[in-house]
Each structure stands twice: as structure tokens, then as C-alpha cells.
Design a protein around this ligand. Structure first.
Ligand code: NAG
Ligand code: NAG
Ligand code: NAG
Ligand code: NAG
Length: 362
């Protein structure tokens, strides 16, 4: 009888000890993921808004989720894959009801969002509002976990950004009527200035690890090729103005991040060269397992670039042949390739660290 009690007791001791180990290991390895940006990162926030900018209908989401989720692709987006690589569950959209588990992070991104409040105003959650949502989140965490644990969670977390395409598309196509008189350089400076403000604010709230993606070769997306053709502008076939703006932005972003690294205590970042990665795939799709890098899988008109035309009737037969799912958004297969490069790519693709290394840094 005594033996049995002893055995029971040691069993519970062992169990308790292994639970402690399991808990502390999990505590060490888990980095929450807070996601900001536009449609490349939006996993469903726009579903809960009154806006025309939505991907809540088939064939969006069909391949992986078997239903539309609001993601502008046939399946998962880059943040979904990054969450998987970091051994986290899918990070839910901030606006989805019933969210009370914030400790793995949250996704604030909204399709159409820019760094500037003027971009698609009224139809999207701009960066400033995304930031105010993050502030509410911090308050909730403080109440739920206490300030010390929240501080640890926020300093270990990864803050992912993909933003800017919508700012430059609206600027180049003259839809940003509120800011009509900006030169290219002034506009880029304003976009980077607002992004820098957001980074500094997150840093002041305790954020340390930031993951960026620069802008892809946006001017060569099917949507802008089609628009370019409609305007009958000669050139590369791409909307060169937008590509030029993306390149200016990318240079300014790299510079701004280096400056922030010097200025902000403990600030560490990863900057993925999406421009190079997207251009390589547009120019040489077959090298990366695609058959088509110029025409979208789903849409209408030239290059199937018309986004509003994507519906079950206009979707391609084999989505895995395509780099672009619709006029501006990658297929799940392309998102996986981009995410993989961000996570574990070499220094010529992602600088100064890839995300895997960044997360290991204290
Ligand atoms: C599919 O998504 C739509 C809206 O996004 C939702 O109303 C519907 O309930 C979903 N269907 C299933 C089977 O999950
Ligand atoms: C942020 O953008 C606004 C326009 O939305 C602009 O007036 C302001 O100067 C920008 N801020 C910075 C720091 O560039
Ligand atoms: C584009 O090129 C064609 C043939 O070279 C020429 O006829 C046309 O005027 C050009 N259009 C513009 C807008 O420059
Ligand atoms: C896209 O298609 C819609 C109809 O589906 C049409 O109203 C719109 O003008 C088209 N846009 C462009 C840029 O061609």
C-alpha cells in the first residue's frame, strides 16, 4: 500500500516536472505573430467591413480551404505559411468575432490598405487604424496576462509588414486625388515616413523583431499590364511607372531600416527582396515550376488582369501552372515559395537575417 502511494506520488512528480518542462519549452519557442499590411496579408478582415474590396467568394480559397475566407488567393497566404514554419496555428483576422486567444498574435491586415490614410480611404483599414487595433490588443493582453508577461510576449513577437503597393498603384493611376501635387520622391518619402512612424510606435510598445517584404514588380502584374495596354502606352508591356515607384520605395525602405537599426534599442529586422523574387518568376516561370508568369489564373480581359472578373466561370484549369491567381495576387504555390524564402532564404534574398534566424535572436 505504501509502495503504491509512493509510486503514485513519483508518477505525479514526474508528470508535474515534464509539464513544467513542456510549458517552459513552449514558452521559449513560441513567438507570437502580429501581421500588418494590405491584401497579400489580409486573411479576412475585410469580410467584416462594408467595402467593395473583398475576396469572400469562390474561387478564392477553394484549393486549400474549400471555401472563400477573404484571402486573395486560391489558398494560403504568406503569413499562413510563416505561422506554420514558426509552429503556430493560423493567425486569425482581428475583426473576426469570438477572438479571445491573442497570445499567438493577430492579423490586422486589410486588402486595399496603404501606409497612407488617403489610399482607398473608406474602403480599407489603413495602417494607422491597424496600429490602433494593435494598441487595443496590447491593453487586452495586459489585462489577461499581466504587464510582465505581455512585455515578454511583445518583445519576442514577430511583426510582419507587407504594405505599399496600393499607395503606388493609386498614385500612378491618379486615383489619390487628395495628394495630387506630390513628386515621386516626395510621395515615396511620405509612404516611408508613415511606415517608419508605425515601426517606431510598435517599438515604443515593446516590439523588437520586424519582418518586411519589399514591393514586388507591381507594374508587371496582370492587372497593370492590362491597364497599361488599355492606355496604349508603349514600353515593356508592364506599367513601368509603378515598377519605377516600387524600386524607389525599396531603396528608401532598405535605407530607413538601417537607420532604425542604429536608432532604436534592440530593433532587429528581416527584409525580403520580393522585387527580385517576383521578377525572376515573372520572367522565368518555368524555372520555378510555373507555366505562366504574365497572365492570371482567374479574371477577365487582357492577361485576365481584371480583378472584378474573377469568378468560378473564369478560373483556369490548373492553378499550379500560374504565378498569379488574379490580377495582382499570387497563387498559393507562389505564396509558399515567397514564404519559404522569407523564412529560410539566403542573404541574397533576405537581409540581414531570414525570419528563422531573426526569431532565434533575443
Ligand atoms: C463559406 O464562406 C461563406 C462566406 O465567406 C460563408 O457564409 C459560408 O458559411 C461558408 N461555407 C462553409 C461550408 O463553410
Ligand atoms: C504621413 O502621411 C501623411 C498623409 O497621409 C503626410 O501628411 C505625413 O507627412 C506623413 N508622415 C510622414 C512622417 O511622412
Ligand atoms: C506606340 O507605338 C506604335 C508603333 O510603334 C505607334 O504607332 C504609337 O503611336 C505609339 N503610341 C504611343 C502612345 O506612344
Ligand atoms: C472589369 O470588368 C468589369 C465588369 O466585370 C467592368 O465593369 C470594368 O470596366 C472592367 N475594368 C477594366 C479596367 O477593364
Amino acid at each position: 500500500m505504501a509502495d503504491l502511494r509512493f509510486n503514485n506520488c513519483s508518477f505525479f512528480l514526474v508528470l508535474f516536472a515534464s509539464l513544467l518542462v513542456a510549458t517552459s519549452c513552449r514558452g521559449h519557442s513560441r513567438n507570437a505573430l502580429f501581421i500588418f499590411g494590405g491584401s497579400w496579408n489580409d486573411v479576412g478582415n475585410n469580410n467584416y467591413m462594408e467595402t467593395a474590396i473583398k475576396a469572400n467568394f469562390l474561387p478564392y480559397g477553394e484549393t486549400f480551404f474549400k471555401n472563400a475566407t477573404g484571402r486573395a488567393s486560391n489558398g494560403r497566404l504568406v503569413p499562413d505559411f510563416i505561422a506554420g514554419f514558426a509552429k503556430l496555428p493560423l493567425i486569425p483576422p482581428y475583426l473576426s468575432p469570438g477572438n479571445n486567444e491573442f497570445t499567438n498574435g493577430l492579423n490586422f491586415a486589410s486588402a486595399g490598405a496603404g501606409a497612407l490614410t488617403e489610399t482607398n480611404v473608406g474602403m480599407t483599414i489603413g495602417l494607422k487604424t491597424q496600429l490602433s487595433f494593435f494598441k487595443y490588443t496590447k491593453k487586452h493582453l495586459n489585462v489577461k496576462l499581466g504587464e510582465a508577461k505581455t512585455k515578454t510576449l511583445l518583445s519576442r513577437a514577430l511583426y510582419m509588414f507587407s504594405i505599399g503597393s496600393s499607395d503606388y498603384i493609386t498614385f500612378a493611376t491618379h486615383k489619390t486625388t487628395e495628394l495630387p501635387s506630390y513628386t515621386r520622391d516626395e510621395y515615396v518619402k511620405t509612404v516611408i515616413g508613415n511606415l517608419t512612424d508605425a515601426i517606431q510606435e510598435i517599438h515604443s510598445m515593446g516590439g523588437r523583431k520586424f519582418g518586411f517584404s519589399n514591393l514586388g514588380d507591381v507594374g508587371c502584374s496582370p492587372f497593370l499590364r492590362a491597364l497599361n495596354e488599355a492606355k496604349n502606352i508603349n514600353g515593356s508591356g508592364c506599367m513601368d511607372e509603378v515598377t519605377v515607384l516600387a524600386e524607389l520605395h525599396n531603396k528608401a525602405l532598405a535605407k530607413a531600416l538601417k537607420k532604425l537599426e542604429r536608432k532604436l534599442e534592440g530593433f532587429k529586422y528581416s527584409n525580403f527582396d520580393l522585387f527580385a523574387a517576383s521578377k525572376e518568376r515573372i520572367d522565368n516561370p518555368s524555372k520555378y515550376g510555373f507555366k505562366e508568369g504574365k497572365v492570371a489564373c482567374c479574371g477577365t480581359g487582357p492577361y485576365k488582369g481584371n480583378l472584378t472578373g474573377c469568378c468560378p466561370k473564369t478560373v483556369c484549369d490548373n492553378v499550379n501552372d500560374y504565378l498569379f491567381f488574379d490580377g495582382v495576387h499570387p497563387t498559393e504555390k507562389a505564396n509558399y515559395q515567397y514564404a519559404k524564402l522569407m523564412w529560410s532564404g539566403r542573404a541574397d534574398k533576405v537581409k540581414p537575417y531570414n525570419l528563422k534566424t531573426l526569431l532565434k535572436k533575443i
